[in-house]
Ligand binder design. Sequence first.
Ligand SMILES: NC(=O)c1ccc[n+]([C@@H]2O[C@H](COP(=O)([O-])OP(=O)(O)OC[C@H]3O[C@@H](n4cnc5c(N)ncnc54)[C@H](O)[C@@H]3O)[C@@H](O)[C@H]2O)c1
Length: 335
Amino acid sequence: MSEMKTDGKNRWLISGGCGFIGISLLAYLLEKKQNIQIRVLDNLTVGTKDDLLEVTSFSETDLAAISGSPKGVELVVGDIRDYKTCLKCCDGIDIIVHLAANTGVAPSVENPRLDMESNVVGIFNLIEAARTNKVGRFVFASSGAAVGEVVPPIHEEKTPRPVSPYGASKLAGEAYCSAYSRTFGIKTVSLRFGNVYGPRSKHKSSVVAKFIKQALAGKTLEIYGDGSQTRDYIYIDDLIQAIILSTQTAVGGEVFQIATYKETTVNEITHKIKALIESDTGKTVNIIYGKPRLGDVRRNYSDISKAKQILGFVPKHDLTAGLKNTLEYFMRIER
Ligand SMILES: NC(=O)c1ccc[n+]([C@@H]2O[C@H](COP(=O)([O-])OP(=O)(O)OC[C@H]3O[C@@H](n4cnc5c(N)ncnc54)[C@H](O)[C@@H]3O)[C@@H](O)[C@H]2O)c1
């Protein structure tokens, strides 16, 4: 990946920083950026302190002890549903990357209220705390799910029609980012991620991580529906590049599709995973078909022209190579 520009803005708050994308972002920032100060806010419902330790040493800080910028890498164990926590965590910060969320369609169908509280009240608390603390930049992890069932490819001009509560809550987040940019001048960016996969995804239950874990454990892979549903799979390093670019570009209130512009069926990706695992481990991988899942859209891939034009975003990783790296990661942590 390219070197980071130094813009003097070195004090970052990463909400959800112990999760898959959070620790990957931290690893990148710590490798590329000098004199960086990072505060991580995470309630540890998914990511753990050990996950964070895999990429950096850190100090754990109580809310009461926060005063001004983070010192090195700080972890605050706290919840974005609590406004006072958000207010304290934004103290002395230049850039917020807001990743903490109830992630995924299935949990939002099971518990729509929890999804709303984490993803709607949560972003409101954090962006309001950003305004109060005069934080200039706010990057929000949105999702293709905010757009929902539209004729693909998804792009920023399509009218959103969320299918799942998760999509609805992400769309609400985009709305606050737009409003806080236009009314209060915060440089907000909503990045609609495709399906992210790659190393460090051990907690994820999205298709790539789940199927690799199950296949390595000798379990049968169950495809929901007939497997002809499509997604746009983006490798984690490409996604991190998009986040970094969005913090360096002078835009506010904008939404960007961050994916690859490639449509892959669940059948295709499952058979790629099966072939890789069978050739690397000699194990046989069995696949069965089950019922379709509520809230899932049929086809989903993204036109990324706007991100390319305005952010200079170009994904570089091909699916087979990305899957190979991901499989190697899972085989490494299994040993
Ligand atoms: N991974 C993907 O494919 C994908 C796709 C589209 C959008 N996104 C979005 O990107 C963001 C990061 O995703 P991820 O894959 O790293 O997820 P993740 O679940 O690995 O990480 C999220 C982190 O947020 C923390 N968290 C959850 N609720 C919280 C709360 N109320 N307060 C504080 N911390 C809380 C969790 O403990 C976890 O460590 C999420 O907003 C997700 O919706 C991810």
